[in-house]
Design a protein around this ligand. Structure first.
Ligand SMILES: *[C@@H]1O[C@H](CO)[C@@H](O)[C@H](O)[C@H]1NC(C)=O
Length: 370
């Protein structure tokens, strides 16, 4: 099937190339230097999780080798060989041309809520993200427990109360919180671990794809408004990526010779359209706040263009040996050695390199809302 060539061709469009080149030009012009923000709160699923599932009763946790093989602290519960996309924007990012720049300039990674960060740490930020979690409470629960977005917001309320206490007043706390960056990556599991599961016949008969996207956006709207009520004023929301291109879905659904599962990519498209219009609504409802859309599909394409320029072979199979049940790496197996040529670490999650190469698309959006 000439899969690599056709895969690349399917991502190649003049518009995307233009976007990538402009993003690279913009980012190299200012060397990725952004105004420092005092604090950073992270909400989301496994793409951002840094260890919140480690002590939950779930099969969706990865605090074991070979996860973290390229991360300074080893396996932490991050669903990658190294840094997640949420980590990349706050620490150092390797530029395509080898330039290493400070991004938001945080000295440490943001601690997971489950690690019980102390008063000094919570002023800098907390990560609430949880693998398998969704906008809907029930999404991903077939794999065990997770911290769904409603629960993540309840956890954040605990943090906010502590900050009010620490800073002495609600006013001081909200002044502080209003300067922080908030990012949220949600929706993937409402599809992967809910709507498209073979057993989810009830939800599919109750909601067609457009209705399901509308349901998710309505719930998400309430949740992001809750985040606003809790003091968020600089909020970046990630769209759903091309989940039909993950090795897991390609293996389980099949592609009929296409590079990706087109039907799944089409299924999630209305969510991203709805999210963009939700962001417009949020902007007009809250003129004192800034909201940005993280275009993860373009970030994904970016990887392919950069890899073509860098002339390394992109492999779209998982780097590690994966479980056919969970799509996660099997414990204590030896992963591929050429982790710089793989897009996927396991059957769902990107390698650190993919996260880094997607960052030029995402970072300018963050810069604009700071
Ligand atoms: C963990 O979850 C499984 C399956 O949901 C359940 O059977 C088991 O009792 C749970 N274990 C604990 C310690 O809660």
């Amino acid at each position: 099937m000439g899969s690599r060539r056709s895969f690349l061709r399917s991502w190649s469009s003049p518009l995307s190339l233009f976007v990538v080149v402009v993003a690279l030009a913009a980012s190299s012009a200012d060397g990725f230097k952004a105004p420092r923000v005092p604090c950073y709160f992270i909400f989301g699923d496994s793409l951002y999780d840094s260890g919140n599932n480690n002590n939950l009763n779930t099969s969706v946790k990865v605090n074991y080798s070979p996860y973290g093989i390229d991360f300074p602290a080893g396996p932490t519960g991050r669903f990658s060989n190294g840094r997640t996309a949420a980590d990349i924007i706050v620490t150092k990012m390797i530029h395509f041309f080898g330039y290493a720049g400070e991004t938001l300039g945080f000295k440490d990674f943001i601690p997971p809520f489950a690690s019980n960060p102390d008063d000094r740490q919570i002023l800098v930020g907390v990560n609430y993200a949880s693998g398998s979690a969704g906008i809907l409470v029930e999404s991903g629960k077939q794999g065990g427990d997770n911290v769904d977005l409603n629960k993540q917001l309840r956890n954040h309320k605990v943090t906010v109360s502590r900050i009010v206490k620490k800073l002495g007043s609600k006013k001081a706390a909200f002044e502080h919180l209003g300067q922080c960056l908030y990012i949220c990556n949600m929706g993937n599991n409402d599809y992967i671990n809910n709507y498209i599961l073979p057993q989810s016949t009830a939800i599919r008969s109750q909601y067609n794809p457009a209705q399901f996207a509308a349901l998710l956006i309505a719930r998400y709207s309430a949740q992001i408004n809750r985040m606003y009520e809790l003091g968020a004023r600089k909020v970046a929301l990630a769209g759903i990526s091309n989940i039909g291109c993950t090795p897991s879905l390609i293996a389980t659904v099949g592609t009929n010779g296409a590079p990706c599962v087109t039907s799944v990519n089409q299924l999630v498209a209305p969510f991203n359209i709805g999210l963009k219009s939700l962001i417009s609504q949020l902007k007009s409802a809250h003129p004192d706040a800034k909201f940005g859309y993280l275009d993860t599909i373009n970030a994904f394409k970016c990887f392919f263009f950069l890899s073509v320029f860098a002339a390394f072979k992109v492999k779209t199979t998982p780097c590690c040996q994966v479980s056919t049940v969970t799509g996660l790496c099997l414990p204590n197996t030896v992963p591929c050695s050429q982790r710089r040529s793989y897009l996927f670490w396991d059957a769902f999650h990107p390698t650190e390199l993919a996260n880094r190469l997607g960052a030029p698309i995402l970072f300018p959006v963050i810069q604009r809302i700071l």
